[in-house]
Design a protein around this ligand. Sequence first.
Ligand SMILES: NC(=O)c1ccc[n+]([C@@H]2O[C@H](COP(=O)([O-])OP(=O)(O)OC[C@H]3O[C@@H](n4cnc5c(N)ncnc54)[C@H](OP(=O)(O)O)[C@@H]3O)[C@@H](O)[C@H]2O)c1
Length: 232
Amino acid sequence: MDLTGKRVLVTGGAVRIGKAIVQALQVAGAEVVVHYRRSKAEAEVLSPFAVQADLQCLEECAGLVKQAGPLDILVNNASIFTKDTLPEGTPERVRREFGINLFAPMELTRAFAAQAGRGGAVVNLLDRRIRSNDITCAPYLLAKKALADLTRLAALEYAPGIRVNAVAPGPVLPPPGSSAESARELAGNLPLAKLPTSGNIAEAALFLLRADSITGQIVYVDGGQHLLGNGV
Ligand SMILES: NC(=O)c1ccc[n+]([C@@H]2O[C@H](COP(=O)([O-])OP(=O)(O)OC[C@H]3O[C@@H](n4cnc5c(N)ncnc54)[C@H](OP(=O)(O)O)[C@@H]3O)[C@@H](O)[C@H]2O)c1
């Protein structure tokens, strides 16, 4: 797929990894709609097309696609990451993790597919932890594992018109509020001995969007960390 002139929606695209994906798409000639929840000013600096929605509300997902469309590409990037073990997680926190990390991308994909009559592509942002059983963030991890399965299932469901792939980052940026040092600790002994960058994640997303014969794939951009299983 040639990205020139393609209309793309990037959820949570105003800051951090989402921003890197937005900027790489713009350099490639795409017209990018930046979705935001709270980062209005950052979104409006990035693109003349900035749309607000709280994706915990599933009704807002279809509305967002309608407002942003007609779309050629959807990038499901918005997320939250809560450290919660199974014993400590509350029903409300579990619902929130599944809401933004699984249900919202699912609803957005359904709405995108319904309007993408001329075909298109979806990229989901996962996490290299899906290859592990990291008990420190169980609800988040379970939601991302389900999103990996949704990637494959939707790839089959929406073929041949729409391709659905995913990027699984390793530790790129520490969660807002924590230090860069903690990211380095999380990285542990990466086989490639360096942290991936937001730009590396964007490169992989653009590769998958352009690759006309690839669907249902997950590309790990994690310095090889997924090879270590639970080795964090
Ligand atoms: N950072 C890493 O090192 C890392 C590692 C592994 C995987 N990943 C994955 O890569 C993707 C990007 O990571 P990131 O760290 O850049 O993401 P992030 O900063 O945690 O979140 C991205 C954006 O999601 C939006 N968001 C959160 N809750 C929302 C809601 N209820 N409704 C609508 N938008 C909401 C926020 O937008 P506003 O700012 O506009 O409120 C936020 O800026 C995520 O899917 C993440 O799971 C990241």
